[in-house]
Design a protein around this ligand. Structure first.
Ligand code: FAD
Length: 347
């Protein structure tokens, strides 16, 4: 029987969330290395064209659980769907991946606990490789495990990368930090199969009722979708400095304002804007860092941006070591000049 890599698809109001496409990108790479197939589980009220979209982004097979009770995420119904699916498979999937989002962090541990298997949280890299267990004190596990999931994540304040393995039992599970893995391009020529799966929710699964959903409005932060991010740090000196950054961001389409943690801790801007280890991971086309020193905890959240422009008055600031372009000077002189020039030539 073909081995499977399975990813959990997050959807909100019928819209597949970007992290699902990122998981398909990572899952495709793992499946190809294993010679396995890549499956996706979509739980929703109405699937419509979504399975075809998942196939076009890399899935070989889409399991669809459709039920009105699955319209909005709730822990217990979604837990039931996943446990039923995995239990019904003759052989459990080799690997199961979730986004390291509020939903993924809630759901993944419950699935891992049910199947008494390992789960590595918040991974930034994944790979396949061998592991040889030689610990004679544990003879039942001694041996070579050729196809382990290498779940890789920063640890000890991002100063080390830990490679975490749980080869003893499948599925090997991980949650993956959003914004880190690359999605595959949409390919409408890709083919795959779609399989409806039964939904057998129990009354106990439905005890929690979602009375109302209040969505953040458009002015809220869409950092992970923005193509251009203008980020401010402690070098702004005052919370009012962010008004200038909003003005610069307004010169670009599909832009957002980010920040360092120090600016958040100072109370200058909400945590939702924070980029970095304890904030969001972003990968925009352009990241403009204004008055940010470039501490490792900030860097890990943005250094995969296609182009990084740093503005800092200290020529020795660490950010200049990894920025693609740098301007040494006072941001309060440089940013207004940038705005002036961009407004003359709108992008
Ligand atoms: P600073 O380090 O104070 O740098 C300010 C910079 O502004 C300086 O380089 C200065 O030269 C420059 N500057 C000053 N005035 C001007 C001016 N007028 N014009 C131009 N430049 C000017 N940090 C994050 O950002 N994100 C995280 O998710 C995060 N998580 C963390 C998790 C842990 C466990 C820990 C320990 C720390 C974390 N940090 C995080 C904090 C991180 O270590 C740094 O303290 C923080 O990133 C520094 O923010 P900053 O660059 O804005 O401030």
């Amino acid at each position: 029987m073909t081995r499977q890599v399975l990813i959990f698809v997050e959807q909100v109001a019928g819209e597949i969330q970007p992290v699902a496409f990122e998981l398909l990108g990572a899952g495709r790479m793992l499946a190809d290395k294993l010679g396995a197939s890549l499956a996706a589980i979509l739980a929703c009220d109405v699937a419509g064209q979504l399975p075809a979209v998942l196939i076009a982004h890399g899935a070989d097979q889409v399991y669809v659980a459709e039920d009105p009770e699955l319209a909005t995420y709730r822990t217990l119904p979604f837990r039931r769907v996943l446990i039923d699916l995995i239990s019904s498979m003759g052989e459990p999937p080799h690997i199961v991946l979730f986004g390291s989002t509020t939903t993924g962090r809630d759901l993944a541990p419950r699935i891992a606990a049910y199947f008494e298997t390992g789960l590595t949280a918040d991974c930034t890299e994944l790979d396949i490789g061998p592991y040889e267990h030689t610990n004679a004190q544990d003879p039942s596990k001694v041996g070579l495990y050729p196809d382990c999931l290498y779940a890789i994540r920063p640890s000890f304040g991002e100063s080390l990368k830990a490679r975490i393995l749980g080869p003893w039992k499948n599925p090997q599970m991980a949650t993956v930090r959003p914004g880190v893995m690359l999605p595959l391009p949409f390919d409408s020529d890709r083919t795959g199969s779609v399989q409806s799966i039964p939904v057998t929710l129990q009354p106990d699964d439905l005890k929690l009722v979602v009375a109302e959903t209040i969505r953040a409005t458009g002015s809220q932060v869409e950092l992970q979708r923005a193509e251009v991010i203008v980020s401010g740090g402690f070098g702004l000196g005052t919370p009012e400095g962010f008004a200038l950054l909003y003005k610069l961001a307004g010169c670009f389409k599909n832009s957002a304002v980010g920040s360092s943690r120090k600016a958040v801790d100072a109370g200058w801007i909400a945590h939702a804007h924070q980029v970095g280890q304890t904030g969001k991971t972003v990968r925009p086309k352009l990241y403009i860092a204004c008055g940010i020193s470039g501490a490792i905890q900030h860097r890990v959240g943005m250094d995969k941006s296609a182009t990084i422009l740093a503005i800092n008055k200290d020529a020795g600031a660490p950010i200049f070591k990894f920025a693609h372009h740098g301007i040494v000077g006072d941001l309060y002189q440089i940013v207004p000049e940038l705005i002036r020039q961009l407004q003359m030539q709108p992008i």
